[in-house]
Design a protein around this ligand. Structure first.
Ligand code: PMP
Length: 406
């Protein structure tokens, strides 16, 4: 075997794959931020209006979070020193878990370094089929971390059944005719790309009717939705309690880290068996302390959730007045504008960039091929004139480029 020639062949293979990816308009290069993520940010060396951040409440810059982070830095230093299970659990991680469990009214909360790892932990343990086979029923638009968590579970023999987006009747039929007695229904709460909310009341009802556990990943709804301006997420809005509620601190809470709320037994199982919990270093005490301060602000009603709702509603109304249809729920911070073709979406993104506005074109594989969107995100920090500017440039760009989404 000629190894030199073989490795050259492999490099050629990679180069071809990369060229195909680029030709399809799928190449991505991240913008580089030279500032924090406020309504105006320094992006790639210039000041732009930022409509792409998940820092929905602007808390990443809040004095209370900065102070908490500084305090933890002085007390604990920068790193957590190990996995939660070995050496990484600090007093602040414990306090944070108690605070979140109390806030969301669950017996237990388990904190992980990211939301991504949290979904791997939940699904790999809950849907483990080594002792008895489980079927997971998953909304077709669920986040990639849910899909990867299911992949983990599938290595133990778990079955997967994907149901059409938010289609509870279809799901009910799949649940009724399933072949395993154990079943899990899993859904995003506030969907990350189309900005819609899962029908959690109906999902709870069919899950109960057919003996399934319900997992809701409300990464985008925690801190933004919830009865009144509580920020407790879409389940609390609907008066529903899932068996497992997943959230992340990396969005409205303005820090980093993922968490799940559930009962005692599942929490213990996850702390002992979830590979993404056991074999990964715990979140830094600095981000844990900032997350704790953030949760307290939201709980105390001081985080601007009402302002976020008003801003989101204003943007949607203004877009509608200019003939631009935006998806998602009225008060939700995710405002998708359908474009369709990937290259066209990039062209609109470029027009916005020329006007110093940052809105990303979201393309396959994040959304389906040929269904590219411009994903606008609203924060409590944006001002009405900033929305007016966005609506003006965006509506003109869509018209000039003759965008007619499929
Ligand atoms: N779930 C959903 C629905 C998400 O949108 C995201 C983040 N894009 C995650 C989980 C992962 O969270 P994190 O960024 O904290 O890993």
């Amino acid at each position: 075997m000629n190894t030199v020639q073989d490795s050259a062949r492999f490099r050629g293979h990679l180069a071809r794959r990369w060229a195909e990816w680029q030709d399809a308009g799928l190449e991505r290069r991240p913008s580089v931020f030279g500032s924090g993520q406020g309504a105006v940010a320094e992006i790639d060396g210039e000041k732009r209006l930022l409509f792409a951040s998940s820092n929905y409440l602007g808390l990443s810059d809040h004095p209370a979070l900065r102070e908490a982070a500084r305090g933890a830095l002085d007390r604990f230093g920068t790193g957590s020193g190990g996995s939660r299970l070995t050496t990484g659990t600090g007093a602040v991680h414990r306090e944070l878990e108690h605070e979140v469990a109390d806030w969301l009214d669950f017996p237990e909360c388990v904190w992980l370094p990211t939301g991504y790892q949290t979904n791997l932990a939940v699904l790999s343990v809950l849907a483990d089929s080594r002792e008895e086979q489980v079927t997971v029923f998953s909304d077709e638009k669920n986040h990639a971390s849910i899909i990867d968590g299911i992949r983990f579970a599938k290595s133990s023999g778990t079955r997967l059944s994907v149901y059409p987006h938010r289609d509870v009747r279809h799901l009910a039929e799949l649940l009724r005719t399933r072949e395993t007695s154990l079943a899990v229904v899993v859904t995003d709460g506030l969907f990350s790309m189309d900005g819609t909310v899962a029908p959690v009341r109906e999902l709870r009802e069919v899950s109960d009717r057919y003996g399934a556990l319900l997992v809701v990943d409300d990464a985008h709804g925690i801190g933004t939705l919830g009865e009144g301006v509580s920020g407790r997420g879409c389940c609390s809005d609907a008066g529903v309690r899932p068996d497992v509620l997943v959230g992340t601190a990396s969005k409205a809470l303005g820090t980093e880290g993922g968490f799940l709320c559930c009962d005692r037994i599942l929490a213990d199982l996850i702390r002992n068996q979830a590979r993404s919990y056991v074999f990964s270093t715990a979140a830094s005490p600095v981000t844990a302390a900032a997350s704790l301060a953030s949760v307290r602000l939201v709980r105390g009603g001081e985080a601007g959730v009402g302002k976020l709702h008003r801003n989101a509603a204003y943007l949607r109304t203004s877009l509608g007045e200019r003939g631009v249809t935006a998806g998602g729920v009225t008060e939700g911070p995710i405002v998708p504008v359908a474009v369709g073709d990937e290259r066209l979406a990039l062209a609109v993104q470029e027009r916005l960039r020329e006007a110093a506005i940052h809105v990303p074109a979201i393309r396959w594989p994040t959304v389906r091929k040929g269904h590219a969107i411009l994903r606008v995100t609203v924060t409590a920090q944006h001002t009405l004139p900033q929305f007016d500017r966005l609506v003006d440039v965006l509506s003109r760009s869509l018209r000039d480029l003759a965008v007619r989404p499929a």
